[in-house]
Design a protein around this ligand. Structure first.
Ligand code: AMP
Length: 306
């Protein structure tokens, strides 16, 4: 595994790889790697000749009161893992290399379609966060020139925004969004889980439990359930275990617009605080084809009618 710090050097090396007809898969991360990151690496290895992983804790996506300084940094352990997973290139640039003095920190105006998506959900509570994400992704994609980009559904809104960014800028990269990898108790793996004590980990597991139950209830339709009734139920259940449910929303998978009723495909997303740690999770809910969603005037779905 080649470890590269210079954007120019990586750009040249990968241009040479592509010139020789080798496809390049790219997995951008902020390090403190876990099985979620590694699932992206494994898929990239399977689907490409060359896999590039970046580790860069991007300062521009953290708010002034957020955890940039204390974000877990475990570079030595990360290098060993990536070496074991046969990654070809590890890109770990300095902040100075990514944001040289005199260069704009925000390369994109909030005019693209991505910015409409960025105002929703997490965007409401983390002003500037997605602006930072799309800035760093634009720079990274330009440096790497990847054929395929690997993202996790764990950060669903981020994945949808980056997918839209790629379309907005007509970038020649195929975006692959892969499923969330979870701990045994269901907790979505996250570098921020490092912050949780053992009791907090148990409480945090409620997030995925509630989302999973919600999905089961919607799909099984055993009970008469109202859309807003289920939403209220989910929020209530979350609040029994977490310290704050910052938001809980059921949205359209592509536009991220909050729904008022069930539709064939939906995503339920939440951000919750457990202690001081902010955790996000989501579940994708798709009705099997052929099943009709029957809704009464009050927005009920009735299992018996299928
Ligand atoms: P991060 O290092 O948190 O910025 O994440 C880097 C990439 O890994 C993003 O595309 C994340 O969505 C993805 N990722 C993080 N956690 C998971 C997980 N539990 N399962 C799958 N992908 C994940």
């Amino acid at each position: 595994m080649k470890i590269i710090k210079s954007p120019n050097q990586l750009n040249e090396l990968l241009a040479r790889e592509r010139l020789h007809g080798r496809s390049v898969g790219f997995v951008p991360t902020m390090g403190a790697l876990h099985a979620g990151h590694l699932s992206l690496v494994k898929t990239s290895n399977l689907e490409n000749d060359v896999t590039v992983v970046s580790i860069f804790v991007n300062p521009t996506q953290f708010g002034p009161k957020e955890d940039y300084r204390k974000y877990p940094r475990t570079l030595a352990a990360d290098k060993k893992l990536l070496h074991r997973f046969k990654v070809d290139y590890l890109f770990c640039p300095s902040t100075q290399a990514m944001y040289p003095q005199g260069y704009a920190k925000d390369v994109l105006q909030e005019t693209g379609r991505w910015s409409l998506l960025a105002r929703r959900l997490c965007g409401k509570f983390r002003p500037g966060h997605f602006q930072g994400v799309v800035t760093v992704m634009t720079k990274l994609l330009d440096i790497v020139g990847a054929c395929r980009l690997y993202l996790g559904a764990k950060d669903y809104q981020q994945a949808v925004i980056i997918n839209q960014l790629v379309k907005d800028l007509k970038m020649c990269v195929c975006v692959r969004i892969l499923p969330t990898i979870r701990e045994k108790n269901g907790l979505a793996m996250s570098s921020r889980n490092h912050y949780l004590g053992s009791k907090e980990r148990e409480r945090a597991a409620a997030i995925s439990r509630v989302l999973k139950t919600l999905k089961t209830q919607v799909l099984a339709l055993k009970k008469k359930a109202s859309f807003f009734g289920l939403k209220r139920w989910a929020r209530c259940e979350l609040e029994k275990s977490v310290d704050q449910a910052q938001y809980f929303e059921i949205v359209d998978p592509l536009t991220l617009k909050p729904l008022k009723n069930f539709q064939p495909s939906m995503v339920a997303l939440t951000a919750c605080f457990v202690g001081k740690t902010r955790l996000i999770d989501n579940v994708i809910i798709i009705f099997p084809p052929g099943k009709k969603i029957r809704q009464s005037k009050k927005g009920f779905i009735c299992g018996s009618s299928f």
